[in-house]
Design a protein around this ligand. Structure first.
Ligand SMILES: [Zn+2]
Ligand SMILES: [Zn+2]
Length: 222
């Protein structure tokens, strides 16, 4: 292989690896962390619970609000690689993709108008994950398509039952069990504190079911 081909292959593999790692973080949060989890509950569990109930809520976050946790992990990775003397362009690319994974995720929840022409084009040519692809993650029982950067990895991982296998392994080895997702009808009801985040209900018929309410009040712009 010539040099550009090697470079392109390596770059693609690094991007997919970063997407996989961010997907693992997303899966772990969805499966095991809730608002009452010690230490991580307030800053990681709560936004995650909000996102599954009110998917469009994240679109009001700025870049830092969406990315601070993955940014923190990426900075640590760059610092460690620097200290070990192996801070190559691969590490920088890995850190850049990882730190922005939730920003790419947010773009799948925004309208075309909100995303603007460039992001919409990148989604259209499948360089970035499309809203249609991510919509499956928000379809009950919400346990597939945890990767949020491209459309490439999820079909492979889901077909291989990768996430179910990880959950089985954690249950068998350390007794960690997946926690109920209250945004899935069988696992509800929604926590009461979510009510303060919902938009004011317009005059007229009021949705009584919290699940109906989530969809009606926030709308998922796929
Ligand atoms: Zn999720
Ligand atoms: Zn989402």
């Amino acid at each position: 292989m010539n040099t550009p081909a090697i470079f392109t292959t390596q770059a693609l593999l690094v991007i997919l690896f970063a997407e996989l790692c961010a997907g693992i973080v997303h899966w772990f949060e969805d499966a095991y962390i809730r608002e009452d989890t010690p230490l991580l509950g307030k800053y990681v569990g709560r936004p995650n619970v909000i996102h599954h109930h009110l998917p469009r809520y994240m679109t009001r976050n700025n870049w830092l609000q969406s990315s601070w946790d993955l940014l923190l992990i990426s900075v640590v990775i760059v610092l460690v690689a620097g200290a070990l003397g192996c801070l190559t362009w691969h590490v920088w690319l890995f850190a850049a993709i990882s730190a922005n994974a939730n920003e790419f995720h947010k773009w799948t929840h925004r309208t075309r108008k909100e995303n603007g022409r460039i992001i919409t084009f990148l989604q259209h040519i499948r360089l970035l994950q499309t809203p249609q692809h991510h919509a499956m993650h928000h379809t009950n029982p919400k346990n597939v398509r945890y990767c949020v950067v491209t459309n490439f990895l999820n079909p492979v991982l889901d077909r291989a039952h990768f996430w179910a296998a990880l959950e089985w392994l954690l249950a068998r080895t350390v007794g960690l069990r997946r926690r109920p997702d209250t945004s899935v009808p069988e696992h509800g009801p929604a926590p009461a504190w979510l009510n303060e985040l919902r938009h004011p209900v317009p005059a007229g018929p009021v949705a009584t079911s919290s699940h109906t309410g989530d969809q009606e009040l926030l709308g998922m712009h796929y």
